[in-house]
Design a protein around this ligand. Structure first.
Ligand SMILES: Cc1cc2nc3c(=O)[nH]c(=O)nc-3n(C[C@H](O)[C@H](O)[C@H](O)COP(=O)(O)OP(=O)(O)OC[C@H]3O[C@@H](n4cnc5c(N)ncnc54)[C@H](O)[C@@H]3O)c2cc1C
Length: 286
């Protein structure tokens, strides 16, 4: 199926766009988390969002979810790991499934952590972001897993089952009784190898030989997600319509720059939605 719009990210920016596109009866595929936004959920009190004074992040997320349900908008918890421009449409890879859409909105927030040394170079060469997609390639092999997303424990469990040896670093105290598992005391900061990743280094300099590495984070750096995307520092460069250097691909929210604020994310999501509506009607005319 060819969707009108693929929205990557369920925070306030993606939500704002999804609401407007739904009101205009557009076919959307919306990728993210059932919680919608971890960041919003973590805010103790939000004092500067109009209409809901001193609301807790948890409460605001709950209201967002209720609105999504009320509007009958569906989302999928699949994580997008790659996007490609096919000329008149975009292809998105999410948990090993391909999706196609006429327009794309990147509303991925800002990744909390910066990438590891050599991560971009070795991605797809022994380094993967998706255990479900690529785990089978490393059956009975030595795997390292770096995970900072506690919703992905099932992926770690899967890697435990298939690996001959699994080295794990998490930032949420993951434990395991499996004899083939070793919990790493320090984060992985460097990947090494020529044509394939065959070594990791921890922040204390310890080196470990591996056959493959799985990096499981809540968000992926935009340049890794979509090669060739023009950046302004760490942010996605957009014009006044929130359009990126790829025609038909838009970005909104924290991923386009400061201030990191809900009101800005919502506003940009709305601007992007209207720009996409215009582009879709132009595409229909041709
Ligand atoms: C502790 C804290 C307190 C804050 N307090 C305030 C406040 O008082 N007022 C205020 O205005 N702002 C506040 N903020 C900032 C606010 O939460 C952010 O500006 C806002 O959430 C940004 O929205 P967003 O839609 O750009 O991204 P996010 O809310 O970060 O959402 C991004 C979404 O994209 C998903 N995603 C990312 N990559 C992918 C992918 N590859 N595939 C699928 N899904 C993906 C993520 O899982 C997430 O659901 C606070 C933030 C924090 C952390």
């Amino acid at each position: 199926m060819l969707y009108d719009v693929a929205i990557v990210g369920t925070g306030p920016a993606g939500l704002s766009a999804a609401l407007t596109l739904k009101l205009h009866n557009k076919e959307i595929v919306w990728f993210g988390s059932a919680e919608l936004s971890d960041k919003v959920g973590k805010s103790e009190k939000i004092a500067n969002y109009p209409g809901v004074p001193m609301v807790s992040g948890e409460e605001l997320n709950a209201r967002f979810r209720a609105q999504v349900e009320e509007m009958g908008i569906e989302m999928t918890e699949k994580k997008v790991t790659n996007i490609a421009d096919l000329g008149d449409k975009f292809m998105l890879l999410a948990d090993n499934e391909m999706f196609e859409a006429k327009c794309v909105l990147l509303s991925t927030g800002m990744p909390a952590a910066k990438g590891m040394e050599n991560e971009d170079r070795l991605l797809g060469m022994g380094v993967s972001y998706c255990a479900t997609c690529d785990g089978f390639l490393y059956k009975d092999k030595v795997i390292a897993c770096y995970c900072t997303d506690n919703r992905m424990e099932h992926d770690i469990k899967y890697l435990e089952e298939i690996a001959s040896k699994l080295y794990i670093y998490t930032n949420f105290g993951y434990t395991s009784d499996s004899p083939n598992v070793e919990i790493l005391p320090k984060p992985v900061t460097k990947l090494d190898g020529g044509m394939k990743c065959d070594k990791i280094a921890l922040s204390d300099g310890t080196e470990i030989d591996v056959d493959g590495v799985f990096i499981l984070r809540p968000a992926i750096a935009p340049s890794t997600l979509f090669g060739g995307l023009e950046l302004d520092g760490a942010h996605i460069k957009v014009d006044g319509n929130q359009e990126t250097n790829y025609k038909g691909c838009y970005a909104a929210g924290d991923c386009t720059g400061r201030p990191y604020q809900i009101a800005k994310a919502v506003g940009e999501g709305n601007v992007a939605a209207h720009a996409m509506l215009e582009r879709l009607s132009e595409m229909d005319k041709n």
